[in-house]
Design a protein around this ligand. Structure first.
Ligand SMILES: Cc1ncc(COP(=O)(O)O)c(C=O)c1O
Length: 403
């Protein structure tokens, strides 16, 4: 009788994995009720000291040891207001990694800029600093790095390149809540950092975003732009620049404050389970992203497994995934393809540039396997991942039948 669930055997997790996200309790309920009963559901109905959004901004800045934070309505907008405030305009080139969520490059395009897609490092999946430097032209106006999967990019090398070429750096930290580089949370290491608090992120209010920075001029420009062009402190109908309403509501501010109290413990749990899972998978011949001592705390968006076909009878990664899913394990390939392969770039006249990206192409086609960070919150789920991998490895003849 077959062992593998894909051939009719009993799955490791017959009902799939139980993933509870977001985690919440009385604190969140009380926070929402307080906003409800106060009747001021936007940030301006109450003094700043009482506004949930304003207080969250302060707490989020403090968490990152940053001077300023402006909360906005989502992560895409966070990137857009950052690019706008840095002066990105029609024809300006912004260097971006080829593996990320599409919002990273779309935000450049929505400001009129030209995303220049560069390759990743094959061991860390982060933007390759050498590829960044090779892509710089006289039209380059900014570098945008992504702490992909919650693993930080090499901020030492990126900072050195940025300083050498006098370019600002936007850290897309949508995946990087809790991640530290050399004992400081990612986000304000160079110019500014942009966060998303959309449902799947490890700090969430359903939708939401923020920009952090140590630069007061940049913070002021971002503030005005996100608030219909009003600089801080002017009258309600005084608009000094053309901007938009990209504000966060008090509901989201209140939820984020309550959720932020949980983030340090959740990050610790994800890290502990992530380290355990890494070791178990290593014993089964699977790789993960390269360890680096400069990463003093690891936040997670994806837990990345680097598939090694030689360890699994040389079957293609997608055959392995088919077997894992049949066992009840929710595995994916993250965003599937390098961003520039999406029809919105590949089959359109949107201006963009693609530098050679052999690593990104290979990783997407053959190697990358992604698990959700929420799975890391519960060791039972991590154990199921290991059990499924071990079971598949013990039944390679059956695995080959799935090809
Ligand atoms: C890397 C990255 N950047 C930006 C965003 C955009 O964030 P949002 O969905 O809040 O607009 C996301 C969201 O998934 C993301 O993963």
């Amino acid at each position: 009788m077959a062992q593998l669930a894909a051939l009719g055997g009993k799955p490791v997790a017959p009902k799939g994995l139980k993933i509870k996200w977001p985690e919440f309790g009385d604190e969140e309920k009380q926070a929402i009720l307080k906003v409800l009963e106060r009747g001021e559901w936007w940030r301006f109905g109450v003094p700043e000291i009482e506004s949930e959004v304003a207080q969250f901004e302060k707490e989020w800045a403090d968490y990152h040891d940053a001077r300023f934070c402006v909360a906005v309505c989502n992560g895409t907008v966070a990137l857009m207001v950052a690019f706008w405030a840095l002066g990105i305009k029609k024809g300006d080139e912004v260097i971006v990694p080829s593996i990320t969520f599409i919002a990273t490059s779309d935000a450049v395009v929505l400001c009129g800029g030209v995303p220049v897609f560069v390759d990743i490092d094959p061991e860390t999946y982060q933007i390759d600093p050498n590829a960044v430097e090779a892509a710089i032209t006289e039209r380059t106006k900014a570098i945008c790095v992504v702490h992909y999967a919650g693993y930080p990019c090499d901020l030492d090398k990126i900072k050195a390149i940025a300083e050498k070429h006098n370019l600002p750096v936007v850290e897309d930290c949508a995946h990087g809540q809790g991640t530290e580089w050399r004992n400081r949370k990612v986000g304000a290491h160079i110019t500014c950092g942009c966060f998303s608090f959309q449902q799947s992120k490890s700090l969430t209010s359903g939708e939401g975003g923020a920009v952090i920075t140590d630069n007061s001029d940049l913070a002021e420009r971002i503030w005005a732009f996100h608030n219909c062009g009003r600089p801080k402190g002017v009258g309600r109908y005084e608009h000094h620049i053309v901007g938009g309403n990209f504000r966060l509501s008090e509901w989201e501010g209140a939820i984020l404050r309550a959720q932020l109290k949980r983030l340090p413990e959740q990050t610790k749990r994800r890290m502990e389970n992530g380290a355990w899972l890494t070791e178990q998978l290593r014993q089964l011949g699977l790789k993960t992203l390269k360890p680096d001592e400069r990463i003093t705390q690891r936040g997670y968006y994806f837990f990345i497994i680097r598939y090694v076909p030689e360890e699994f009878g040389n079957v293609h990664r997608d055959v392995f995934l088919k077997a894992m899913r049949a066992e009840g394990i929710p595995v994916g390939t993250a965003y599937g393809v390098p961003v520039y392969k999406n029809p919105s770039y590949a089959q359109s006249d949107v201006q963009h540039k693609v530098m050679p990206c052999p690593n990104a192409e290979r990783v997407c086609a053959y190697e990358q396997i992604a698990l959700s960070n929420h799975l890391l919150l519960d060791k039972v789920n991590c154990q199921a991942v290991v059990d499924a991998c071990a079971k598949i490895k013990a039944n390679l003849d059956e695995l080959r039948q799935l090809e």
